[in-house]
Design a binder for this molecule. Structure first.
Ligand SMILES: *[C@@H]1O[C@H](CO)[C@@H](O)[C@H](O)[C@H]1NC(C)=O
Ligand SMILES: *[C@@H]1O[C@H](CO)[C@@H](O)[C@H](O)[C@H]1NC(C)=O
Ligand SMILES: *[C@@H]1O[C@H](CO)[C@@H](O)[C@H](O)[C@H]1NC(C)=O
Ligand SMILES: *[C@@H]1O[C@H](CO)[C@@H](O)[C@H](O)[C@H]1NC(C)=O
Ligand SMILES: *[C@@H]1O[C@H](CO)[C@@H](O)[C@H](O)[C@H]1NC(C)=O
Ligand SMILES: *[C@@H]1O[C@H](CO)[C@@H](O)[C@H](O)[C@H]1NC(C)=O
Length: 505
């Protein structure tokens, strides 16, 4: 893409977006399956305490002051074209700084090695990368610390925009440390195809494609999703600010004083497992210990989310996580609540969820017979309050500590570094693209997009080294972890069976 086309694209895009968020009532195209994504992810929205307190929710009066952040970006234009500074990153000569010896990264970083294992012996050739183009939304090339994006399809909402932004922030945080690379990225919820093989080599090899989630038997490389930098369409703030709010929100109601039920709120439409759970709601005739709420996105939007009392979202001892059409961004918000997460067996994983341990961070729920499984979990938790509370706490500590923004960047850095080591070619700047930088994205942005970009912007290079990546799992330890997970899940199922057998006699 030429520079002027890129600028055109940017201004068209941001222009359009600004239009959208200024409209008081959003009209979503009802027939598109993408609509489900709104609903699927709204759950996350309702967990966000910030949304309660702040009022900037897709209203006509979105006046955002970002002036106190502005000096970070040089938005001076030469001939109306914003240029990337030659020295992209402030104060980047900081090798002389004393650096504390780096701590080890959280355990889930080990999965970086697993995600890249399919290419450990073959390496990644240019042809393999190119072959991923058919299903990818964009290509990222990094050469000499500068990022180049080539967009093949416009991704849904601002997913790609905030993913690009996140990568640019990584370059600001670790200038000179992100290696040259060339990669393909898919922004959809579900992997585009089940078998993405490159047939050019002697033995078929999986195509190396980055995406936000994958399933266990597919070779995709998982990368942090856009919501870490913000999701303006539903006013989800960047993770660094949200995390602080969630910590505060958790202090509002002590676990013991919370409602002794399991809570879920979201949109169940067209998602069978969610519809199943709807059927377990309390009625005159049944009480499965569940309080579930269906969300009418359009109504909520029209009413400016008045009915969505975020504070009440951490008011239950138990919270349910159920996937949407792919994994759901809401997982981190649910786990962060200090409540015990009842996690319906997921099909998808993102970059951190493989680090969660059943019966330590969450309570596993079967996919079938969910009402019984959930009722048993809640009964157990209310009879074993200390244990349930500790498990809830472990889950939120995992999120608040191991998933803080610094680790998200470290994960990206290590993943990209390990990926780049596998490339068998020297990445070059593609024809017709120009360097992208925070100035080019941030300066012309507007509205919530701008606000979230400024809120999530890395202010300067890190003054500590990234954490050290743990070595790959030994085959036996990976097997051990997986079988312990399997074991404890099976154990819960046994307890559950006993419980229901005894109820029936
Ligand atoms: C900002 O950018 C303009 C145009 O590229 C340049 O002339 C100016 O020196 C820059 N200002 C600072 C403070 O870097
Ligand atoms: C600005 O644009 C004018 C006309 O398009 C051109 O002659 C001039 O060289 C440009 N200046 C810079 C600094 O790019
Ligand atoms: C590789 O071959 C399989 C089977 O012939 C085919 O389904 C698949 O689309 C091919 N993949 C690519 C990237 O061409
Ligand atoms: C579930 O039950 C609660 C309490 O009766 C009710 O307020 C709520 O609307 C019900 N949810 C659904 C989806 O029917
Ligand atoms: C780059 O742009 C030129 C001129 O517009 C065009 O002929 C060429 O095909 C483009 N190259 C690629 C790889 O798109
Ligand atoms: C799983 O459980 C079985 C029997 O309950 C036990 O023999 C085995 O050692 C357990 N495995 C692990 C990894 O804990």
């Amino acid at each position: 893409m030429s520079e002027s086309r890129m600028n055109q694209w940017l201004s068209r895009f941001y222009g359009h977006f600004t239009e959208t968020i200024r409209r008081p009532f959003l009209v979503w195209p009802a027939s598109t399956p993408l609509l489900f994504i709104f609903f699927a992810f709204l759950l996350g929205l309702f967990l966000v305490t910030r949304l309660l307190d702040s009022t900037i929710i897709l209203t006509t009066t979105t006046t955002i002051t970002v002036t106190n952040h502005i000096p970070e970006l040089n938005c001076t234009t030469l001939n109306t074209t914003i240029t990337c500074p030659t020295n992209n990153y402030p104060n980047s000569n900081r090798e002389d700084l004393p650096r504390p010896s780096p701590a080890a990264c959280p355990e889930y970083f080990r999965w970086i090695h697993e995600d890249l294992r399919p290419w450990a012996h073959t390496g990644i050739t240019r042809e393999m990368v190119d072959s991923g183009r058919a299903t990818s939304d964009f290509r990222l090339v990094i050469v000499d610390g500068k990022a180049y994006f080539e967009t093949y399809r416009k991704a849904f909402q601002t997913r790609d925009v905030f993913t690009h932004w996140g990568i640019l922030q990584l370059l600001r945080k670790y200038p000179g440390q992100v290696p040259d690379l060339d990669l393909m990225f898919e922004c959809d919820d579900r992997p585009a195809i089940a078998s993405n093989y490159y047939n050019g080599s002697h033995v078929p090899v999986s195509l190396p494609i980055f995406r936000y989630c994958s399933v266990d038997d597919l070779a995709y490389i998982v990368f942090p999703d856009w919501s870490f930098w913000g999701w303006p369409e539903i006013n989800i703030h960047p993770w660094n600010t949200l995390l602080e709010d969630l910590k505060e929100g958790n202090k509002r109601t002590r676990w013991m004083e919370r409602e002794p039920h399991a809570y879920w709120k979201g949109n169940p439409n067209f998602i069978q497992p969610r519809q199943d759970v709807m059927k377990c709601n309390v009625t005159e005739h049944q009480d499965w210990n569940l309080r579930v709420y269906a969300l009418d996105w359009q109504k909520e939007t029209q009413e400016g989310y008045q009915n969505s009392d975020m504070a009440s979202q951490c008011n239950h001892r138990f919270k349910i996580y159920i996937e949407g059409i792919g994994w759901s961004v809401s997982e981190k918000y649910i786990l962060a609540c200090d409540s015990l997460t009842l996690l319906v067996k997921p099909r998808y994983h993102d970059f951190f969820s493989r680090g969660l341990v059943p019966m330590h961070h969450y309570w596993p729920i079967k996919q079938d017979d969910k009402c019984k499984s959930l009722k048993f979990a809640v009964d157990w938790g209310n009879r074993n309050k200390q244990k349930a509370q500790a498990m809830g706490k472990a889950g939120s500590e995992f999120i608040l500590r191991d998933l803080k923004m610094d680790y998200v960047y470290d994960y990206m850095l290590h993943l990209l570094t390990e990926y780049a080591k596998l490339l068998t070619f020297k990445p070059t700047i593609p024809e017709n693209v120009t360097a992208m930088c925070s100035e080019k994205m941030g300066c012309p942005a507007d509205g919530l997009v701008k606000k979230f970009m400024m809120e999530s912007m890395v202010k300067g290079p890190a003054d500590t080294s990234p954490c050290t990546i743990p070595p790959p799992f030994a085959a036996s330890s990976l097997y051990g972890i997986l079988s312990r997970k399997e074991n404890s899940t099976k154990e819960v199922e046994l307890w559950e069976k006993k419980y229901w057998d005894s109820q029936n006699h």
